[in-house]
Ligand binder design. Sequence first.
Ligand code: ZN
Length: 128
Amino acid sequence: MQPFIVKLNGLASRRTEFKWKAGGEFFEQFGNPDILAADIMVTASVVGHGATVDVECSISGVVTVPCDRCLDELELQVETGFSEVYTPDTAELDLSQDVYDYVCTALPLQRVHPEGECNPETIKFLCK
Ligand SMILES: [Zn+2]
């Protein structure tokens, strides 16, 4: 089964749960150079109503980005989610773009280590 794809043919009108993992390669396919690695669990709860599909999605895990100050790896906790009503016109619903967008939106604009935890070598260099 392809991750992030919900097949709509025969989708039950009761709740169906999907669990997917999004790793670094998931973000690579979107060409995002800011995300060095990721370990994210995505749980989608899907209910089909004929023409529309209700999706409740929760996203949690860790992404690794370069620190804005020292460029060392910085791990960020991500806790987010969304609920959407889709009106798909194909036999499959692809949630990968939405999952990607919500993870990116959940990341803080300022990505720096807590005070004192930056790589001292790099900081020394930057301050000269
Ligand atoms: Zn840093």
